[in-house]
Design a protein around this ligand. Sequence first.
Ligand code: ADP
Length: 624
Amino acid sequence: MSEEKHTFQAEVAKLLDIVVHSLYSNTEIFLRELISNASDSCDRLRYAALTDGSLIESDNSEFSIHIAVDKEKRTLTISDNGIGMNKDELVENLGTIAKSGTSEFMKSLTGDETKDVSLIGQFGVGFYSSFMVAKKVEVFTRKAGETQGWQWTSDGRGSYRITESDDAGRGARIVLHLRKESDEYLESLRLKTVVKTYSDHIAIPVILDPIPGEEESTEETLNSASALWTRPKSEITEEQYTEFYHHVAQGFDEPWHTLHFRAEGAIEYTSLLYVPTNQPFDLFGPERKSKVKLYVNRVFIADDLEGLMPPYLRFVRGVVDSSDLPLNVSREMLQDNPQLKKIQKGLVGKLLKELKDRTKVTSEYETFWSAFGPVLKEGLYEDFERRDDLLDLCRFRSSASDEWRSLKDYVTDMKEGQDAIYYITGADTAALKKSPQLEGYVAKGVEVLLLTDSIDEFWVTSVGVFDKHPFRSAAQSAADLDSIAKSEDDETKKDEEDKANDTDIESLITRLKDALGESVKDVRTSNRLTESPVCLIGEDGGMSLHLERMLKQHGQGEGLASPRILEINPKHALITKLTGQSDDIVGETAHLLLDQARIVEGEALPDPVAFSHRLSQAMERGLL
Ligand code: ADP
């Protein structure tokens, strides 16, 4: 019989290396992972058999997961009679990391053991966790509907072997040759505790086979095998909810929120949903798929069905079970099913209401918002119907406070004469707080929202208004600060300042424009600056400078160059002094000022050498 040797994909090899050499604590989770895979595999076969009944042989139709121990050979075997794998699937599933986002995750590993272990802890290692306790793993498997079985063998060090097997029943049998340190998993008591702790609510029975050599050892079902969501809330403990969360979300954190309810009326369904505490590792992957599992009458249908949960709630995990959906239609048809749309509406409504309730405890809500706010905000332009509910849930950093702020807070604290909600977009709040564009607003005590999520650029323009107040960029268009009541400090300060006369400024502006030519759209005076001499402003209605930079970073900004306006501060000493200088000096300084404004924006200079040359000359002039 031919045997094929394969090498693991580089990411898998790296993962295995960490699993084998660095993961010592909590080794018992391997059992949860293997039981979870076995249960998924039974679920998948049950679903496939809806359209092809012949996949399940009549004498092997009861799904179960068996655990068997051989103390002499020191093996622990976990077997299921689920869907199994053929050869290609073995290579694909147990030799590579096929899941989207996972390989990106692997790339993010640092090589620093402690950090990596904790990263992996959040992400879970699935099947590969068996190498925490086993020095060799064998998988005997036969795919439902096929006749040829396969054996996969590996010691977890770089490669694995695949060979044909006549000893593989339908499903998969995973034989772990335990390391010396892992003898505890040969003891029935230990196995019972682990299964009870981590897998009690797997809906398929987990059976411990009689252990040869152990007295009075009989076959025993270890888990309750009841679908947790079908049980009344009053009978379920917090621990049971958490245990089920760990199974269904494959998460290692605690659920931040658990929502268990039954909807009755036009359409009936039961749902057990969780909001995680931590961001799942693939939250920002390109697929944006929901991971909520759909069951019809306790038969698993899909865990990535579009239409069950909108993309902006893709961090929600859990189960929805309905008896009102047809069992035997294809997934594609189900996606467009009007009943499913009703379920989605019900789930979204309920979830947003629960989130709203939890805004009352600020510190707890902030944990949620920090993790999932950027995702939830996608709903602001994708779910028009829920826009107001979502705006209520949004929290922001702002120039006025170190606390998170709601839009209601903002509107309540608006200044007299202020109509708009001001915001500025950028990469981080600390840098934004220091933006020259904000100076005039801060001086007047006008709050500016600091928006740092990529998504902010998009929703803020599409939403347009909140509570009749328009959103307006503080870094774009003319600053309309004059109509806003000034604070007293501002008033006195202004009187003391000596301002260059208007004609001098007008003439300076003309000379600056001549010097800068095409590099700017316009040069004009500003009332938004108090400390800085200049700043760059995007054109009203144009693309923001921040968005332009983001697109360029992602290689999509080719040829983009929104017209920018250079605003000058007529009250700044540098500007007043400049009015009296020769055209040559004004010309050189114009370029320096523009480059300076670019640096403050965090932009690369088009000609750093010229900048450095001009700066040296200016310093020389200052020193001599
Ligand atoms: P995950 O379960 O998170 O996808 P794993 O590393 O645990 O990741 O497993 C990888 C894949 O291998 C699974 O997605 C599944 O396709 C396959 N697999 C694992 N165990 C089994 C099993 N007992 N029966 C059938 N397929 C399995």
